[in-house]
Ligand binder design. Sequence first.
Ligand SMILES: Nc1ncnc2c1ncn2[C@@H]1O[C@H](COP(=O)(O)OP(=O)(O)OP(=O)(O)O)[C@@H](O)[C@H]1O
Length: 242
Amino acid sequence: MTPSTAPLITARGLEKAYGRTDALRGASLTLGAGEILAVTGASGSGKSTLLHCLAGIVTPDSGSVRYDGKQVENLSEAQRTELRRTDFGILFQFGQLIPELSAMDNVALPLLLAGVRRAAAHQQAADWLGKFGVYGQARLRPGEMSGGQAQRVSLARALVTGPKVVFADEPTGALDTLTGEQVMTTLVQSARESGCAVVLITHDAQVAAYADREVVLRDGVVKADEPWAAEHFSRAEVRGND
Ligand SMILES: Nc1ncnc2c1ncn2[C@@H]1O[C@H](COP(=O)(O)OP(=O)(O)OP(=O)(O)O)[C@@H](O)[C@H]1O
């Protein structure tokens, strides 16, 4: 079921406070290479903060994140930026496409920054826009698209460089059920083909069901960590104890 071997990411005892709000209170988890992990939990339970710590965007107050032999919190800002550029694909909750650029240019940009020639970058960007069903919007700027289209363009941008890990905050949040299923199928298929791991935040049990494993956060702590096939541990029970 899970194609993972040694952990690609190991997070231990992550704590993060914003002022008086404890967003994370000792969260720990592992992610295997090529593993698809769903992170679920109530609003405000710390999911986005956890994802941002794993991706090296936010530095935890304490605890550690180890990625591929590197201690992420010990890297310089420049090294972390480089890591995000080379190894990670990130889909933020609100897309964060560059408003002045077309969909095509937004998706091609990470490739151009990596030194890929313009024609090849645009060809790959076109392929990814096609996979996510938004090639027709290639010339549009984010403000000229629907939220769901912008979300799919953001996913294409997250995947275009062939990352080792994709971090996706609510990848189907702005999509109707059918489009959400199509997007999840494409995301999972692409990840399987390339051996890319995915950390996916979702409120939607149907979306979480695409994952190999689900972790449930509650009040900044991982409350349950279960493989999807674990029949002895019902998801309803986990949630029912709230
Ligand atoms: N930049 C910030 N400044 C202040 N407080 C923050 C910040 N980011 C998160 N928080 C707070 O930390 C807690 C955890 O937030 P986080 O966004 O990680 O939760 P979440 O589970 O992703 O929520 P949601 O499902 O609503 O997106 C919340 O109480 C939130 O208000």
